[in-house]
Ligand binder design. Sequence first.
Ligand code: SF4
Ligand code: SF4
Length: 458
Amino acid sequence: MHILYHLVIAVYLLALIITAWSLYREREPRGMRRTLTVTFFLLLAWAGASLYSPSLLALLALLLFLPPALVGGQWLLARRPLQRSRPLIEERAHGSCVRLDERDAMFSRAALVPGTPQYESYYSLRPEKKDIDAELRALPGLYAPGSRCYEPLNAEIPVAIFSLLEELRPLASPGVEGPRVRVPPAEMSRRLKGMARYLGAVSAGVAPLYREYLYSHIGRRMAEYGEPVRTDHRFALVYAVEMDYSMVKGAPRVQIGAESSKQYLEAAKIGLSLAHYLRVLGWDARAHIDGNYLVVAPPLAAEAGLGEVSRMGILVTEDYGPRVRLGVVTTDMPLEPDGPVDLGIEDFCRVCMKCADNCPSGAIPRDEMRLDRGILKWTIDQERCYRFWRENGTDCAICMSSCPYSKPNTPVHRPVRLLVRRSSLARRLALAADDWLYGRRPFRDLKPDWMKAGGPEK
Ligand code: SF4
Ligand code: SF4
């Protein structure tokens, strides 16, 4: 029996040492110090109990064994399928969903210029927004001098990449380029998802293009401003690209703007290639890239099984959390949908609140989900969020960086992700461990050397 006690404690110690090593690799000194401290005291307790009291040894082993045994038991009992049983849009059958109007998005509103027809038409539609938007427009611009986080030379990186993305937009438009090739939907879906991964995506899925996921009107492209969004496309291939962990950790500094624009460019490269591929096969296809989306990407990605829409209103994936950028290709080619999944993220969001606690503008709701346009979800206050972006001078992403799911997808975090998927107890323990090791506001300025002022010349 004593051998068993020693085995339980030895396994625990090994797990602690691996965790400390992993935290060292993540450049998390606080978590590493705390883990090593626990390791040290556990070693002492083990040695003391082994020498002086067999019953203390048994108690120690039992205390250590209990939490994993409870989590493991709950995990085994709750072996529910990964496929979500509840539809994402419960109101679909009643036809009561109202589509999102892209003209209402903050980026569309901020781009309106007084005196233009677009400006006049929007504020005749939404007069209550006129004063709010005028005040927001008077704040420093994104990546502009005068804002809190402006850094010369670095701020121009996202500016350059976003202007390149603007140049790429005409390539996203639909059109057919070759004779039609017919491929079974299941095979073509498998090929397209594989190709998306081959081109750099970390995950990909297929969803039916329900009209609720389309914007109702165009708002960000001034030439087509106010035009209703229509398409014959029936399917969407949705994919995610990973944002760099170190860059995201530095939110809301300028590096998050650079990383954000870089990953939008990566997503555009993948989407444009896939759309061209489909057109060569004789099918109509459109890439939805930065500033050129006709679809609302987060719920569509959830419909394609990439993750769940979270408290912060964006998609949280199981392996990278919200630390992703999404791309979409829509097409009239028949494909096989993957279906939404239940990863326990919605339940995690109910108890976590880390993004809401850290949001500097108070934009993230702390209460339960509510019906918004016929969809039950959490909705952030986009005006408060955008105000902070403008004052700050770059993308904020504090919510993204503080989310426990954003951790790197290493062998230490992978088993935790697997456990929290099915065990509510594991979710609560994982959250407590996350707070204790990383802190409630886990900010770390890990800006790369090449972005630092006066760095060594090569
Ligand atoms: S920080 Fe917590 S509450 Fe917010 S999205 Fe992530 S898991 Fe959900
Ligand atoms: S981006 Fe920043 S301001 Fe906006 S919701 Fe997230 S934490 Fe809040």
